[in-house]
Design a protein around this ligand. Sequence first.
Ligand SMILES: Nc1ncnc2c1ncn2[C@@H]1O[C@H](COP(=O)(O)OP(=O)(O)OP(=O)(O)O)[C@@H](O)[C@H]1O
Ligand SMILES: [Mg+2]
Length: 327
Amino acid sequence: MIKIEKLKKIFSTSNGRRIAVNEINLSVEKGEFFALLGPNGAGKTTTISILSTILKPSQGTVTVDGLDVVKSPHLVRQKIGIIFQDPSLDDRLSASENMDFHGRLYGLSKAQRLMQSESLLKMVDLWDRRNDLVRTFSGGMRRRLEIARGLMHHPKLLILDEPTIGLDPKTRRTIWEYIHLSRKRWGMTVFLTTHYLEEADSADRVGVMDEGILVAVDTPENLKKMVGPEVLVLQTDPENLESIRSFLENRFKINDCHLDPEGEISFPLPAGEGNAINIVRTLPGNIYSMTIRKPDLDDVFIQMTGKNMSLNQENASPFHRVYRGKL
Ligand SMILES: Nc1ncnc2c1ncn2[C@@H]1O[C@H](COP(=O)(O)OP(=O)(O)OP(=O)(O)O)[C@@H](O)[C@H]1O
Ligand SMILES: [Mg+2]
């Protein structure tokens, strides 16, 4: 459904050139649910803007369902539904009017517009509010309406740029129910960007993006397997962190510790290096608690980039690793 080859986007700024997307390669299958995970400024929205024909690539090619986004932007737009990171509803119109306007842009007949609008507004629980101005809607209601609007023309590819940011857990769950329902009904492909690890976790495959580079692409399970079977998390005094880090490096050859300034240190438990108790017993300083848990996508991100998703740059580890799985 999507083929991205050697895609590069360079912006000219007052301080010179900024490479927002740096030679990324990626294929997404029809019907796949793909999540692009990365911190602020990683290049997610820029990639999505090129996919949806809003921006032109500086280099490389992008096709959607076999159509080049630069050569056939109008045909590409017919195939996609997009939910932007920034709200894009007209709040001086009612919910129904927003739906109808979108349907007209996509050339739907009056009968199709009425039918689609009713079924989608019912799906997102806004049918009773259809005649109210969007200005009077809450944030969650607006987001639900944007999703209904994005589905109005039955897109083959739904692109969502952080669709649930700032929403409460219940609304986030509801929005995901609608998206999965639509996938089931129409076999729609979903391309999502998110900061939420659990959203990325439920995708078929995840791309980890940082500073314009796609550092890893694989299923969530495979990505987590690369970290190791388990992660050990220790709580100590903040001033003790560095001495524990160098001790672990020298004694156990553990090079990929992640330090949290609050006094937490975490690292993948090395296989065959003795169990966690043996490691902890030898450590200098006070250890207040230890937890052994399965790796999550945050650990994957740390391992790949030396930073965590919340991006504490000062805390970046020098041990960067670039993994190229199924790109
Ligand atoms: N129009 C522009 N002109 C100049 N620089 C830009 C422009 N748009 C984006 N950038 C820069 O490109 C980089 C990637 O931005 P982008 O919006 O793609 O990141 P993102 O991964 O979507 O981040 P976020 O999670 O904050 O939405 C950033 O350094 C940003 O400042
Ligand atoms: Mg963005």
